[in-house]
Ligand binder design. Structure first.
Ligand code: CTP
Length: 436
């Protein structure tokens, strides 16, 4: 992080805002002038301020307004020519600019929790309350936008914590109120190379001992897990969660070790290498990581562990089935002789994720074959289509499938090289009149 020497809040704010790319600086200027004109206090808050303090600029901007945020958001959208979506119930609005840039506008609010892990009750509040309701000191900073470049509000010492590399929740009850913050913290820790303070580790231990995680709904838990798997290096986040005892408290069998870490890195490489080819169905990285994670436990308990990670219903059933399928697929792909058409038969029905998983864990021969499939064979098609067969005089019916399969096989094996080759074969084998 860039060091912030002790300076006044106005100087600091100016320094931070100057790190924004030109385009965002202009937006902030427009937002500032509109706030002045409407007589409402407007703040740049949370993630963007944290990222600016770390020396990088997030692409999206979060604004908080102490006052009528929705009226302000509509006026701002009109001025910027942006599309605006209002969420009246939450007092928030999202602006999407013509170039795709997003700007969130929220009403400053306070929050309270009826019981641990409940969703918060929300009511309008001051900026001080809005900062205090947040998860970590590093996210509880704001820049009050003003004509002279604004003023930094950092009531909990977020800047200093960033310098010291510390993650600190704002108050002792924070993780109990909202245990998803443990996952959020682990993401920040891995992403920005921070560590939880000693007090925070103690607080998390006691929340885990009270089994507060069990009170989270499956949907909320799974949402957090997907965010973890959406980080640039999820294996680093999982390691932190493991060390904190979070994974074992979700399920005692969940102990991803070095080999799972290595597989995650490998699967990421596979994804980076093949995803751009656009072979359908396109593999989703989070689902790949999930498969790797479930691969780390014995087959018998995969369903249970998946459930403890917040999964349920057919998506979980399919995931478990795919892993069951994996050793068989691996074995078939490892046969000495494997014709191109057989390779297609084996990998066409597999999900985008299963194809890459078998690449990542398979030996050299398996990997070569999956590579051949993805880079060449998957996109091979016969030149003739059903329409052509119709024009050739074939009455539509189940024979179409047989003919097209035969053509595909001929293409894959290199026996058919042109449209004419295909027409000849169809005429020979199916003996109909050629009327094209
Ligand atoms: N927040 C919180 N508790 C949560 C979720 C969010 O306190 N369970 C607060 C945080 O202070 C956060 C802000 O709401 O800064 C916005 O949430 P989000 O967009 O998820 O956070 P970012 O920090 O912008 O996250 P990221 O960088 O991962 O996009």
């Amino acid at each position: 992080m860039r060091r912030a020497t002790p300076k006044g809040p106005s100087v600091l704010a100016q320094k931070l805002l100057k790190r924004l790319p030109r385009r965002q600086q202009d937006l902030v200027k427009t937002a500032t002038i509109l706030g002045e004109r409407q007589g409402v206090a407007v703040y740049l808050v949370g993630g963007p301020v944290r990222d600016l303090a770390l020396g990088s600029a997030s692409t999206d901007l979060d604004l908080t307004v102490a006052g009528d945020a929705l009226a302000y958001a509509k006026a701002l959208a009109a001025q910027l020519g942006a599309r605006v979506t209002i969420h009246r119930k939450f007092g928030t609005a999202t602006l999407v600019l013509q170039d795709g840039l997003r700007l969130d506008v929220a009403t400053a609010r306070r929050e309270s929790y009826a019981h641990p892990a409940a969703l918060p009750d929300v009511s309008p509040g001051t900026i001080g309350e809005d900062l205090f309701r947040r998860d970590f000191t590093i996210n509880a900073m704001a820049v009050r936008l003003g004509p002279q470049g604004g003023k930094l509000l950092d009531p909990s010492g977020g800047l200093k914590d960033l310098e010291r590399g510390l993650l600190r929740a704002l108050h002792e009850g924070s993780y109990r109120d909202d245990p998803t913050r443990i996952f959020r913290g682990a993401r920040y820790a891995a992403r920005y190379r921070l560590r939880f303070s000693r007090r925070d580790r103690r607080l998390i231990r006691s929340v885990l001992a009270e089994k507060v995680l069990k009170r989270l709904s499956k949907d909320r838990l799974f949402h957090e897990l997907k965010l973890v798997l959406g980080e640039p290096k999820p294996e680093a986040v999982l390691l932190i969660l493991r060390k904190l005892g979070v994974l074992s408290s979700l399920d005692p069998a969940l102990e991803p070790g070095p080999s799972t870490n290595a597989q995650m890195r490998r699967i990421r490489r596979a994804w980076e290498r093949y995803n751009h080819l656009g072979i359908p169905p396109e593999p989703r990285l989070w689902r790949l990581y999930l498969l790797v994670l479930l691969l780390s436990v014995t087959p018998r308990i995969r369903h249970r562990v998946g459930g403890h990670l917040g999964m349920k219903g057919p998506p979980l059933d399919v995931l478990v089935m795919e892993l069951k399928e994996l050793p068989r697929l691996q074995e078939k792909l490892n046969q000495k002789q494997l014709r191109a058409s057989r390779l297609r038969q084996l990998l066409d029905p597999a999900s985008g994720e299963l194809r890459l998983l078998v690449w990542a864990i398979g030996g050299g021969r398996v990997r070569k074959r999956v590579d051949r499939y993805l880079t060449r064979l998957a996109s091979v098609r016969p030149a003739l289509t059903g329409q052509d067969l119709k024009r050739l005089g074939f009455p539509p019916g189940p024979t179409y499938r047989r003919i097209l399969d035969l053509l595909l096989e001929g293409r894959l094996e290199g026996r058919l090289r042109s449209r004419d080759d295909e027409i000849n074969l169809v005429q020979q084998r199916f003996g109909r009149r050629y009327r094209m």
